[in-house]
Write a protein that binds this ligand. Structure first.
Ligand SMILES: NC(=O)c1ccc[n+]([C@@H]2O[C@H](COP(=O)([O-])OP(=O)(O)OC[C@H]3O[C@@H](n4cnc5c(N)ncnc54)[C@H](OP(=O)(O)O)[C@@H]3O)[C@@H](O)[C@H]2O)c1
Length: 326
């Protein structure tokens, strides 16, 4: 069995999920690769980058490092999984990995959307793969579906509920008549919202994701500044009640379409009919709704966040890189 060595950058929610699943499913993954292309390989985590080793006493100390250069200089590491988050130094770390001809997988929508295609450009230049299925809608395999399964289509519109925190808050306000404040507090207690929920409730998180979806659906990166982005903080129980009496429901929708060659994208509260497929996406769930010229309308739904759901998407990227491109 040949060992394919990977490095994890970050061992938080996502990184620890990747480590757990790779440990548990090592045999299954090897079998699947063998079935697909006859390669006899196992995937092995060779190094894990963290900042504070004292927080990771349960981890194998021989795997941990605080020095990224150690990962870069190790030519036996073929794939770098970036699960640390933030724009910097994550962006620079991904670029330097690609320049060292390492394949890169990332869950970092912020860094990817802010790079506005330059990370992809570096990957192209260095002839390596850069995949980021987990960056949009967590476990939902939407990016690969757009890239691969729908190649025979022109996608005319993408809309979705792609932030679980805000969907949880709105569902709680709609179904249990909670106030915004109480719903947010509950979301934080249940781990559906960060202690600082700003990027979720002001719409930035959904803005990064709709930018990525737009790029894949329409072949072009929209300027982040051009995306009309409104948060949910001003939503009131009265607004939700009024919508209900009209047979409608308020959802926080990210939408994008190409109009006369330009991408028009937005993130905002919308009143939608109760019959609309996105009206029934409840709690912390995410969903993406595509309009395609040949395939018609398609709805994809699943957990938008969480350790194992997100790690499942990250590992699908690692698997694809090994199975198809190595
Ligand atoms: N959480 C989710 O459900 C989810 C879903 C989809 C996508 N994502 C994306 O996945 C990425 C990771 O999210 P997360 O929730 O797993 O974050 P997290 O729980 O905060 O973990 C971050 C990890 O990265 C390490 N790290 C951060 N900055 C570092 C640096 N400069 N050098 C070395 N290590 C560093 C941290 O180490 P220390 O503890 O030592 O600082 C920690 O192990 C983010 O881009 C996020 O947007 C997350």
């Amino acid at each position: 069995m040949e060992k394919i060595k990977i490095a994890l950058l970050g061992l938080g929610t996502v990184g620890s999920g990747v480590r757990e699943i790779l440990n548990e499913k090592q045999e299954q993954l090897s079998q699947k690769i063998y079935q697909k292309n006859g390669q006899k390989v196992t995937i092995e985590i060779a190094k894990i980058l963290i900042r504070r080793p004292e927080n990771y006493l349960e981890a194998d100390p021989s795997l941990l490092t605080t020095n990224y250069q150690e990962i870069l200089d190790d030519d036996s590491i073929k794939v770098v999984v970036e699960a640390m988050g933030g724009e910097h130094p994550a962006t620079e770390y991904m670029i330097s990995a690609m320049e060292k001809k390492k394949q890169v997988v990332s869950a970092n929508k912020l860094a990817i959307a802010k790079s506005h295609g330059s990370l992809e450009e570096v990957a192209r230049k260095n002839q390596v793969h850069f995949s980021y299925e987990a960056a949009v809608a967590g476990t939902v395999p939407i990016l690969r579906t757009i890239n691969d399964s729908l190649v025979a289509n022109e996608i005319t519109k993408v809309s979705g509920i792609i932030n679980g925190t805000t969907n949880y808050i709105l569902s709680k306000m709609t179904n249990e008549q909670s106030s915004y404040k109480d719903a947010l507090k509950k979301a934080q207690e249940l781990g559906f919202a960060e202690a600082d929920p700003a990027s979720d409730v002001n719409g930035d998180d959904a803005k990064y994701k709709i930018a990525i979806l737009s790029r894949l659906a329409f072949g072009k990166w929209p300027d982040l500044d051009s995306i009309d982005c409104q948060g949910i903080t001003a939503v009131t129980p009265k607004q939700i009640k009024d919508a209900k009496t009209k047979g409608k429901v308020i959802k926080f929708l990210a939408q994008s379409e190409k109009v006369n060659g330009n991408i028009i994208a937005s993130v905002s509260l919308q009143e939608i009919d109760r019959q609309h497929p996105l009206a029934h996406v409840e709690g912390a769930m995410n969903a993406v709704y595509l309009h395609c010229d040949n395939a018609g309308e398609l709805l994809f739904q699943g957990a938008g966040a969480g350790s194992r759901p997100t790690a499942s998407a990250v590992i699908s990227d690692v698997f694809e890189i090994i199975e198809r491109y190595r």
